[in-house]
Design a protein around this ligand. Structure first.
Ligand code: HEC
Ligand code: HEC
Length: 335
């Protein structure tokens, strides 16, 4: 259902029409809810080529470039020290593949239409700028972009463009990363190393170091991003959680795998996720302040304080089902 053709919304507009000479009459009460389609809208990745080369079109394209080649503009190697917001040479595209246009690789199609949104990690209703900065500080191991900066405006303009035609308050099929069947045992980093060496090392390197476009210091970033080590995401990133990374990996890696044609099975996805996330990477301080409403804390958030009855090891590698059940119970009891 498109907003413009909704009879219900047209009806609302009619109710707001101000009758002639009615300046002193109290305004009619506002309806509290707008119609929201019951079904998820279909996937449409808008075509950037359709945008004219005007002020708006140029800003949207700039936002796309910032997202696709982040290290060239705000990475740790750029000349202007004030612009070194990102702490690693990843791009947003290192995870939000192909500038957020790839289904199930946490794309930006429909994202703009779903913010502001409640976020358990901060326990607040968060703006899209706040969410971008969540990835800036964790996945990019950097500093938040000022909300009123040109770069933030360009990125949000691109995200708005990517949500063109998606009704506000809806979620598009293919957004975020797909749900994955949780395995019954703990994920095993030793088994994961075998998976890694077979399916991943050719692109991501024997030591997870990735493959640079050029050389260190040139700001050009990576052809294949590093998965651990000093130039990777930090311990506060979503990708550092074993279930979250397994979801991403199963439906996107090795590169070319998709939601409809995955290459790894669930067990291999969990094991390789555990292997990657058992390696050294930048440490984010203050994780104990995440999920201030403790009931919200996901099963795979392996930092203090742990859920009652479960330890560090189980939060990191599983078995996750008992923790997922405990979380669901706690949330239900609170209702
Ligand atoms: C290391 C991987 C990684 C990098 C790099 C990364 N992100 Fe993310 N981002 C994620 C993951 C994982 C999620 C959550 C996906 C989910 O919930 O399934 C996410 C979610 C988001 C969301 C919310 C998406 C939605 O539809 O609600 C936004 C916005 C976002 N990231 C912006 C950015 C921006 C902008 C950059 C670059 C400055 C960036 N991210 C870099 C991994 C990354
Ligand atoms: C053919 C090369 C190739 C292979 C093989 C491959 N990847 Fe990737 N990987 C990429 C590229 C390129 C990206 C950047 C996102 C994109 O373009 O899809 C990426 C992104 C990622 C990311 C998110 C970025 C980050 O820095 O964390 C993870 C995690 C990942 N790959 C894990 C794996 C795992 C695990 C395997 C093996 C099962 C694997 N990849 C195999 C090319 C590859």
């Amino acid at each position: 259902m498109r907003i413009a053709s909704s009879p219900l919304l047209l009806g609302l507009y009619a109710a707001f029409a101000i009758p002639a000479g009615a300046a002193n009459v109290a305004p009619p009460a506002l309806a509290e809810t707008a119609a929201v389609p019951a079904e998820k809208p279909a996937w449409v990745a808008p075509d950037l080529n359709a945008l004219p080369d005007d002020v708006y079109g140029r800003l949207v394209r700039e936002g796309r470039d910032l997202i696709h080649m982040t290290s060239r503009f705000i990475g740790p190697e750029v000349k202007n020290k004030k612009l070194r917001y990102a702490g690693n040479n990843l791009a947003c595209s290192s995870c939000h593949a192909e500038a957020g246009t790839l289904k199930y690789a946490a794309p930006f199609v429909g994202t703009f239409a779903d913010y502001p949104q409640y976020r358990g990690r901060e326990n607040v209703v968060q703006s899209i700028e706040g969410r971008i900065n969540g990835c800036m500080e964790r996945s990019m191991n950097g500093k938040p972009l000022p909300t009123d900066s040109h770069e933030m405006l360009a990125m949000t303009a691109y995200m708005k463009f990517m949500s063109g035609g998606v009704p506000v308050g809806t979620e598009v099929e293919g957004r975020l990363t797909p749900k994955i069947k949780i395995i019954d045992r703990a994920a095993d980093p030793a088994k994961g190393k075998l998976v890694y060496d077979t399916y991943c090392a050719a692109c991501h390197g024997g030591h997870g170091e990735g493959q640079r476009v050029g050389v260190k210091g040139d700001t050009l970033g990576y052809v294949n991003p590093p998965l651990w080590g000093p130039d990777s995401y930090n311990t506060g990133a979503g990708m550092n959680r074993v279930i979250q990374a397994a979801r991403y990996i199963r439906y996107n890696m090795p590169k070319g795998a998709t939601h409809d044609a995955p290459i790894l099975n669930e067990e291999d996805s969990f094991d390789v996720s555990a292997y990657i996330n058992s390696q050294k990477r930048p440490v984010r301080a203050g994780l104990d302040k995440d999920f201030p409403d403790r009931r919200q804390k996901p099963a795979d958030a392996a930092f203090l304080p742990y859920r009652e009855g479960f330890g560090a090891e189980q939060h990191k590698y599983g078995p996750f089902k008992p923790i997922i059940d405990a979380r669901a119970k706690a949330l239900k009891a609170a209702k």
